[in-house]
Design a protein around this ligand. Structure first.
Ligand code: ADP
Ligand code: MG
Length: 267
């Protein structure tokens, strides 16, 4: 069964899309089969994975509104190394249309169930809001990966996000949990960064990934070539950091999967 992680934070510009694309590429580099789902109508994760959002025949919009099968919309990005369920501006209409459709909160989950056996990981990139689309993602996922920039207002927004997670957990998806908190655009020379980082660890303990993502210009440049950093400049600090994150996530996933644990015979 695949592990479904949703990259969410209702704040914009914290590194959600960068994380979704580069984590997907790094997990794929560790020989995992990955599907990345672009749930933001801006389609940045789609473009950043080398898929032209202007040339889509089918997209997530058609899948969510029942106009096509999920298998008809998924495309393989050869350059990025993973499969993509792509998105374009049509998805904005889905927000409105979903309101009138039955099972409006579980449509993404139902669609992903049809293909999840094909993947080790499904990574979902969310829009910067706690909208019906984000709710669909949280209903479909097992864990929420929260990218955070360690700055003064970062912690403020976190409580609304955690309340949403708790609400979905009690009403719609009992298995949902915070998978991990990822410190992005990290600058250890900045004392505010290290202060907020310390606070995060005090509050969330080992939920905070030990991998930090540094501020790295390669991560910002790569999307304009439609490439993850790993394909654009594999020796860059950004690419290496996301590889380390993939390693950390693989280790966490394996240690929680009893089937993957070594069984000690009873004496
Ligand atoms: P979000 O999806 O949360 O809105 P993005 O991933 O689009 O955030 O990142 C916002 C901007 O910051 C983008 O221009 C992106 O290229 C840049 N960026 C993200 N992470 C980094 C990083 N670690 N170093 C440098 N630039 C980054
Ligand atoms: Mg984004």
């Amino acid at each position: 069964m695949s592990k479904i992680l949703v990259v969410a934070n209702q704040k914009g510009g914290v590194g959600k899309t960068t994380t979704a694309v580069n984590l997907s590429a790094s997990l794929a580099a560790t020989k995992r089969k990955v599907l990345m789902v672009d749930l933001d109508p801006q389609g940045n994760a789609t473009m950043g994975s080398g898929i032209d959002k202007h040339e889509l025949e089918q997209s997530l919009y058609e899948v969510l509104t029942g106009k096509c099968l999920i298998s008809e919309a998924i495309v393989t990005s050869e350059s990025a190394g993973f499969d993509v369920l792509p998105t374009n501006a049509n998805l904005t209409a889905a927000e409105v249309e979903l309101m009138d459709l039955p099972q409006r909160e579980t449509r993404l989950r139902s669609a992903l169930e049809k293909v999840s056996a094909n993947y080790d990981y499904i990574i979902i990139d969310c829009p910067p809001s706690l909208s019906m689309l984000t709710i669909n993602a949280m209903v479909a996922a097992q864990g929420v990966l929260i990218p955070m920039q360690c700055e003064y207002y970062a912690l403020e927004g976190l409580s609304a996000l955690i309340q949403t997670i708790e609400k979905i957990k009690s009403n719609l998806n009992p298995e949902l949990k915070i998978e991990g908190i990822l410190r992005t655009m990290y600058d250890p020379r900045n004392s505010l960064t290290t202060d907020v980082s310390t606070q995060l660890i005090t509050h969330f303990g080992d939920k905070v990934y030990s991998t930090v993502i540094p501020r790295n210009v390669r991560l910002a440049e790569a999307p304009s070539y439609g490439l993850p950093a790993l394909a654009y400049d594999k020796n860059s600090r950004g690419a290496i950091a996301y590889l380390a994150l993939a390693g950390e996530i693989n280790r966490r996933t394996n240690s929680k999967n009893p089937a993957a644990k070594k069984i000690t015979p009873a004496k």
